[in-house]
Unconditional design. Structure first.
Length: 595
């Protein structure tokens, strides 16, 4: 089986849009009626990602679109462009092939798909055509069921899944990835693209002294009793090897930064374009990894949601079954199965157990992160750990306050101070969670020096008042409580010593001014903890802590033992997921060879 064969399902989805007769001169076109164009090249500029513009050139002859070319754009690498399945690469050709604007969006990259379509619509009008004639496709039909026979099947194409697939293939296994979306990368591609490791050349070049012991001690301190010491040592002691493994395959690291400016040593490594609390740089990790997987002749089937693990009469795992986007069933018979389906932040039922989310939360992870792997594993007797927490940050949806090391007064929805605000934002978030506060407020006056706070105070949507009492009423907080909180905070600012929470004196800004502001902070989640319980070899364990033969798991679907109640630093999820994915891939390949 070759990679081209494993793109069959993607082709089947496309085929559903091109059946039938053409009415405008292109075989298989799916247009509603005949179009007449004034031949030429027409240019359209439309909205793109991150406030950018997309410029598209479209060439017409008298009856058809002959070429679509995205001339410039600001799309996200690894989501909007950069691979042979991303929209910039595939959507223009599909429009020309089908003479339709109703081609299927790339699942996981629908916005970029839409931007391209909008630009082409504009040029159709410029050329004298009718957009409606390019907007109808025949009803899609169910595809043919597919069966594959491989050594190792990896369910999920995020960083853990691709790491597992690369190692399994490098160890001689015939490997297939089942990916739910139309692109790989999962939450990693949408992330800041950071790696956590110690002892790297870039640290040494900066004169940064770090070690396995220092890194372990920090992560253990943050994670506490929920940490599996052996698992954490496995990740930490091999973090440099995993880092070098990635950079050797083409992942480019530009610099190293602190977890938080109050914490040393610096060990968060930024890939190209990253730095600080930014996102959309994870493609710098995923794209080189996929290039490596392709070099190893690995296979992948897109747009398939795995929903069942297959067992034999000994309850050993012998494959997986899933549902394709076109309604067909995909069966993969395998000697080893690796679950790497990501977390469950988009599963409202799974998230409901966390009290702070009862009034709603946001998450930028893919819509497909709903805990499929956990559900499948539990159905075959896997042990599941329900973590008491998730990676939670409280942030303003309008100005970003909450994630940029702002250090002014933060209060709960009851108007009470609860934490040293000048700590890592996930520590603040965890403290807010422990207060069972569904929202919080950053209370500020004009003397707050932080740029994001200054911007937030300039917005009409930010609640403001001439007194604390009035402000409290506007945000529905008890005025006496908020006034007492502010008075105490100002008293500590005047003393120059934070007797309550130990914040540095130079970060204590008194709440005094002609106007008072309350910037609302809402919960946002990226990484979920807990999940499938595995051992140090990434083998899935049953209720008796016995490995389930043929079943492995890695990444966010199996983060039990690696996190406590708060997220300890950017890059941990990606690096730990990659390490245990590699362990799973090597062991799964070896087990397949033995069978």
């Amino acid at each position: 089986m070759k990679r081209a064969l494993c793109l069959l399902l993607t082709s089947l989805v496309l085929a559903s849009t091109v059946t039938g007769c053409s009415s405008n001169g292109k075989d298989g076109a799916a247009s509603k009626g005949s179009n007449k164009y004034t031949p030429g090249v027409y240019t359209a500029t439309t909205q793109g990602m991150h406030g950018s513009e997309m410029v598209v050139d479209v060439t017409f002859d008298e009856t058809s679109i002959t070429d679509v070319k995205v001339v410039s754009h600001g799309e996200t690498f690894g989501i909007g462009y950069g691979m042979d399945t991303t929209p910039i690469e595939v959507i223009p050709g599909q429009i020309v092939e089908t003479q339709s604007l109703d081609v299927d969006s790339v699942t996981g990259a629908t916005l970029t798909t839409t931007f391209i379509k909008n630009a082409v619509k504009d040029t159709v009008v410029q050329a004298g055509g009718t957009v409606e004639n390019l907007a109808t496709k025949p009803e899609a039909t169910k595809g043919e069921d597919q069966t594959y026979d491989v050594d190792v099947v990896v369910v999920g194409g995020g960083v853990a899944g691709i790491s597992a697939a690369i190692e399994a293939a490098a160890n001689g296994a015939d490997v297939l990835i089942l990916e739910k979306q139309g692109i790989v990368g999962g939450a990693t591609t949408r992330s800041g693209g950071k790696l956590m490791a110690n002892g790297t050349e870039i640290q040494k070049a900066e004169g940064i002294e770090d070690s396995n012991e220092l890194m372990y001690d920090y992560l253990k301190e943050v994670g506490g009793d929920l940490i599996d010491d052996e698992k954490l040592h496995g990740f930490v002691d091999n973090s440099l090897d995993t880092y070098n493994w990635m950079t050797d395959m083409g992942v480019k690291v530009q610099d190293v930064e602190p977890i938080h400016s109050s914490l040393t040593p610096y060990r968060v490594h930024n890939t190209l374009g990253g730095g600080g609390m930014t996102d959309g740089h994870g493609g710098q990790i995923i794209v080189p990894m996929m290039n490596k997987y392709n070099e190893l002749d690995g296979d992948i089937v897109y747009n398939v949601t795995a929903n069942e693990l297959l067992t034999n009469d000994k309850n050993e795992i012998v494959g997986v079954k899933g549902l394709a986007k076109d309604g067909s069933t995909v069966t993969v018979n395998a000697k080893s199965v690796i679950i790497a389906t990501g977390g469950y932040a988009q599963n409202k039922e799974m998230m409901a157990k966390y009290a702070e989310f009862t009034t709603g939360y946001s998450s930028q992870v893919p819509a497909g992160n709903v805990g499929d792997g956990i559900t499948m594993a539990e159905a075959v007797g896997a042990q599941i750990f329900n973590s008491p927490s998730t990676q939670t940050v409280y942030v303003s949806y309008t100005c970003g306050v909450g994630i940029n090391e702002e250090s002014g007064l933060i209060v709960t929805e009851d108007g009470k101070r609860f934490v040293n605000e000048y700590t890592y934002q996930y520590h603040v978030g965890d403290a807010m969670r422990k207060e069972n506060s569904s929202t919080g407020y950053y209370i500020a006056t004009s003397n707050d020096p932080t740029p994001t706070v200054q911007y937030g105070m300039s917005l009409d949507s930010t609640v403001s008042a001439d007194s604390i009492e009035e402000l409290a009423k506007l945000i529905e907080v008890d005025p006496a409580t908020l006034q007492a909180t502010v008075d105490r905070y100002n008293e500590l600012c005047e003393k120059g010593v934070d007797e309550d929470f130990g914040k540095p004196a130079d970060k204590m800004y008194p709440i005094k001014g002609d106007k008072y502001y309350a910037i609302k902070l809402n919960p946002a989640v990226t990484v979920t903890f807990g999940g499938i319980v595995t051992d140090i070899e990434s083998r899935v364990l049953d209720a008796n802590n016995t490995p389930i033969k043929g079943l492995y798991a890695a990444g966010e679907t199996a983060f039990e033992g690696l996190f406590g109640t708060e997220y300890p630093g950017c890059g941990v999820a990606i690096s730990a997921g990659s390490y245990y994915g590699r362990v799973a891939g090597e062991n799964a390949a070896n087990e397949a060879k033995a069978n």
